[in-house]
Every structure is written in structure tokens, then in C-alpha cells.
Design a protein around this ligand. Structure first.
Ligand code: FMN
Length: 268
């Protein structure tokens, strides 16, 4: 009798164990079930409040112009990471943020510590003004922010202006801050990376780093060198022409600067 009771009780315990295990497995499976609507919602939610981000400052305008014709339509807007580092030329970063905002592009801004310092010398923009031009901003040392993961999809990244320090770190994959990590991710994910490298004159070290990066298919070295054939009348003409070409390099199209229209016969 005793043996019978023991056998029945252990049988019940065994059955209970199986059904509990099945319930737990099913519960875990349902947690990881791919659900397109959920994933999209999760992406939007996490993008809406990234770690260390400011509130979105601007409303996207003119959305129809933000995606280039060759791109497949997706449910998210065109998304570009903009990083500003401590080379002179903060106005280039500021102007690109303004133009991308007007094009309806979602911008993710990272400003290095030395970019914030040089900004103080170069004009009347405060760091707050600059951050307000971007859709989202991150602290330069926030390695857990969205742009540090390849699974956060973007349409490319531009470092503008790009110091020789950041350029060398990107070249070697020394991803010790969010800018270098995001650039590293952009390279490994084979997305477009535009480096607006600013220094003069250039040493063999600078040139070696630029050559190594330029040999990667998805990296463009874009020194902000003015074009004079457009007869610029002001600094802002020079900046706009340069920034317009940078936007071209990202595979987007803007029409706020004059393009070469062929030879003018009256000058021949
Ligand atoms: C006013 C000012 C202008 C600078 N201009 C340049 C420059 O044009 N190119 C450059 O590579 N570094 C320049 N630097 C030096 C960089 O700011 C410095 O190397 C810094 O460590 C770069 O750090 P980051 O790449 O993290 O921003 C400048 C520094 C100051 C204060």
C-alpha cells in the first residue's frame, strides 16, 4: 500500500513538473515572439526617449524630400547621426543640422567635449542652441546610447567638423567615446560615413589615417574646401556650398546651393 502511494505521488509530481515546464517555456516563447507592430512600436518608444536625450526640438518639415529616389521606402524617416568634434568649423555642423531639419531628416547629435569648447570661440551659438537643432542628442561619453548599436538602423553618419584626434581613433577602431563607437558601428554595418576632416597643413600621420579610411568603400573623406567658381559673396555662401556637397555624399538631395550648370558661354 505504502509503495502504491509513493508511486502515485511521484507520478503526479512528475506530471506537474512537465506541465509547469511547458507553461514556463510557452511564457518565455510568447515574450520573444516576433511581432512587427510591437517591434516598430518599441523602436519608436525607445527613439522617443533615448538615454541622455533632450526632448525633440523641431518639427519635421517637407518630409517628401528627405528620402532619395533610389532608397526603398520604410516606415521610419531618414535617420542620420551627426557628430561635432573639436576641429575649427562648428558652423558647418550647425548648418548641416539646420538643412537636414528643413529636409525632414531625423538627426541624432553627439557633440564632443572639445567641440563644445571651440563653439564658444566661433560664434554666437550656445551648445543649447546647437542641440535644439537636432531631433535627438546624446552625451559624448554615453556608450549605451542608441547609436552605439548596429541594430539601431540609420542611413549614415557625418562627423562635421572632424578633428585629427577623432579621425585617428576611427581609423584604428578605438571606440572610447560615443562618436568613435557610432563611427565604428557605421563602418561595420557598411553604412555611409562622411568625415569632414579639418586640419592644415596635413602631416604624414593625418594623410595616412585619411588614406586608410578612404580605402574603405563606405567612408568619404570630405575636407571642407571652398569652391570659388561659384563666386561666393559671403561666408554663408561658402558654408552652404560645402554643406550641400556633404549632403550629396550622404546620398540625400538638397537644393539650397548652386550646382555646376555647364560652361557659361558668355565667359568663354
Ligand atoms: C580653437 C581650437 C581649434 C582647433 N582646431 C582644430 C582643427 O582644426 N583640427 C584638429 O584636428 N584639431 C583642432 N583642435 C584641437 C582639438 O580640439 C583637440 O585635438 C581635441 O582633443 C579633439 O578632441 P575631439 O576629437 O574629441 O573633439 C582645436 C582646438 C581648439 C581649442
Amino acid at each position: 500500500m505504502m509503495i502504491f502511494v509513493v508511486v502515485v505521488v511521484s507520478g503526479l509530481a512528475w506530471l506537474l513538473g512537465i506541465s509547469m515546464r511547458t507553461m514556463m517555456v510557452n511564457a518565455l516563447k510568447s515574450l520573444h515572439k516576433p511581432d512587427a507592430a510591437m517591434s516598430r512600436a518599441a523602436l519608436v518608444t525607445s527613439a522617443a526617449k533615448p538615454v541622455g536625450a533632450l526632448e525633440p526640438a523641431t518639427t519635421a518639415k517637407n518630409e517628401s524630400r528627405s528620402r532619395s529616389a533610389s532608397e526603398k521606402p520604410t516606415s521610419r524617416p531618414v535617420r542620420i547621426i551627426v557628430a561635432m568634434t573639436g576641429a575649427t568649423g562648428a558652423i558647418l555642423g550647425i548648418r548641416i543640422l539646420e538643412i537636414l531639419r528643413d529636409m525632414g531628416v531625423e538627426t541624432h547629435l553627439i557633440v564632443s567635449r572639445w567641440a563644445a569648447e571651440t563653439l564658444k570661440y566661433e560664434g554666437n551659438y550656445s551648445i543649447k542652441d546647437v542641440k535644439n537643432l537636432a531631433t535627438f542628442c546624446y552625451a559624448h561619453n554615453d556608450a549605451g546610447a542608441l547609436p552605439s548599436s548596429g541594430s539601431f538602423q540609420t542611413d549614415g553618419m557625418i562627423v562635421v567638423p572632424c578633428s585629427m584626434r577623432t579621425l585617428s581613433a576611427i581609423r584604428t577602431g578605438f571606440a572610447d567615446d560615443l562618436i568613435c563607437r557610432a563611427a565604428d558601428v557605421t563602418i561595420k554595418e557598411r553604412r555611409k560615413l562622411v568625415l569632414v576632416a579639418r586640419e592644415t597643413p596635413l602631416s604624414p600621420i593625418h594623410l595616412g589615417n585619411m588614406l586608410a579610411l578612404a580605402q574603405m568603400q563606405n567612408v568619404v573623406i570630405f575636407p571642407p574646401v571652398p569652391a570659388f567658381y561659384t563666386r561666393p559673396k559671403s561666408l554663408s555662401d561658402i558654408v552652404d556650398q560645402s554643406v550641400g556637397r556633404m549632403i550629396d555624399m550622404l546620398g540625400l538631395e538638397s537644393d539650397h546651393f548652386p550646382r555646376w550648370n555647364g560652361m557659361d558661354q558668355s565667359k568663354a
